[in-house]
Design a protein around this ligand. Structure first.
Ligand code: UDP
Ligand code: MG
Length: 314
């Protein structure tokens, strides 16, 4: 029987912690009864340097339910992506399969069973995908959609409308642990792991209590991190633009020379404008070219695994 670890990053979640713990424990009990997971499956709360009583509550829950509730206390606030990674890597050695979910229960715990079924059907990663964004504000919906579109445009593979509610088998987490990069954007990294994957669909609910720990500033930072950690396209764009401007200025030079010899120009203007454009283009081209090397260095220093062998027949 597979031991399940539900990993829950928590930052200042004192209002929701007990509610989340109870809801998740019920899910565990139900799955254990149905014989789908091992009896010693557990919830792993990761306290991400909370300033409120979150950790005390986690300790209390652990005292009351020593098998079902475990906790990790990070020494300070490192942010959702790092907290989640800490949880996953801690859970890796204690479990056969992990599910990550937010503490606020916005993601539907009812689809956990479906995730487990899909895991048993041979999937190593099961993505929780939001069906609609009814409960999100208009603003959040539009910005989030723009974000996924932009990521696709930049050539970053992500699962549309999937946040960090997902199941990962032990070997998927193990492979993930090979990614040593510090600029974490988990949603972009998971598709790199490969293996057989599937999705489950659910409606995202309102927060049970408390308020969002992801203000616009953090959302923008996450989006920028997502693009800059996965794509060197912006650099190629600079290079492309430099080339384009140079070609334009050469065409314009031909035109200006023709006008010059046919004699309808103000003296001095042609040479001035052309040198501005040509030099501008040349500079962009040079920056873009240097950027290409920096982009390569950036990709190299990530030391990402180059491939992941799933099976060898011999
Ligand atoms: N979170 C965290 N560290 C942070 C910010 C958030 O561990 O610095 C956790 C938070 O406790 C929650 C999850 O990340 O479990 C998602 O945060 P939230 O629900 O506030 O984001 P939203 O759903 O509003 O995007
Ligand atoms: Mg939330």
């Amino acid at each position: 029987m597979d031991r399940l670890a539900i990993v829950v990053p928590c930052y200042n979640e004192e209002e929701v912690l007990k509610i989340a713990s109870k809801a998740l424990r019920e899910v565990l009990e139900d799955l254990v009864q149905k014989g789908k997971i091992a009896e010693d499956s557990f919830i792993l709360f990761v306290n991400d340097g909370s300033k409120d009583r979150t950790w005390e509550l986690i300790e209390e829950e652990h005292r009351e339910h020593p098998v079902q509730v475990c906790g990790v206390k990070l020494a300070g606030n490192v942010g959702h992506q790092f907290a989640l990674t800490a949880g996953l890597l801690t859970a890796k050695d204690m479990s056969d399969v992990t599910i990550s979910i937010d503490a606020d229960l916005q993601d539907d715990v009812a689809v956990i069973e479906e995730m487990i079924d899909k895991f048993h059907a041979g999937n190593d990663i099961v993505y929780g995908v939001r069906r609609e964004r009814k409960t999100d504000t208009f603003f959040k919906r539009v910005t989030a959609q723009a974000f996924y579109k932009l990521m696709a445009l930049m050539g970053v593979k992500t699962i549309y409308n999937h946040a960090d509610f997902r199941l990962m088998s032990r070997r998927a987490v193990e492979q993930f642990s090979q990614y040593g990069e510090v600029n974490l954007f988990l949603r972009g990294m998971m598709p790199l792991i490969g293996y057989q994957t599937d999705c489950v669909y659910y409606d995202r609910k309102e927060r049970v209590a408390g308020e969002s720990k992801y203000p616009l500033k953090k959302m923008l930072a996450l989006a920028f991190n997502g693009i800059s950690s996965f794509s060197v396209k912006p650099i190629s764009m600079i290079l492309g633009m430099g080339l384009f401007i140079i070609v334009c200025s050469i065409l314009a030079a031909v035109y200006a020379l023709i006008s010059y010899f046919t004699g309808h120009v103000v003296p001095g203007w042609t040479s001035l404008i052309l040198s501005i454009w040509f030099l501008g283009g040349l500079q962009l081209l040079a920056i873009g070219l240097v950027g290409q090397y920096i982009g390569k260095i950036y990709i190299e220093v990530k030391h990402r695994p180059r491939y992941n062998i799933e099976k060898i027949l011999k």
